[in-house]
Write a new protein. Structure first.
Length: 60
């Protein structure tokens, strides 16, 4: 894992970019954080867990 992971957000995000969820490849896991508070920490999810979360959100 890089000391400074490359955080990415959806291309559907607003141009101001301050109301998004950001993701970063952390090696074995994916980091998830709030773009409004980038220094506030993140959660790490396994790739299968992230996929399940996103699939569930798509069904809403």
């Amino acid at each position: 894992m890089s000391a400074h992971p490359a955080w990415r957000k959806s291309s559907y995000s607003s141009s101001q970019g301050d109301n998004c969820v950001e993701l970063a490849d952390l090696g074995d896991t994916v980091g998830v954080r709030d773009s409004k508070d980038p220094h506030g920490g993140h959660i790490s999810l396994g790739r299968d867990s992230l996929r399940s979360l996103l699939d569930g959100l798509k069904k809403r």
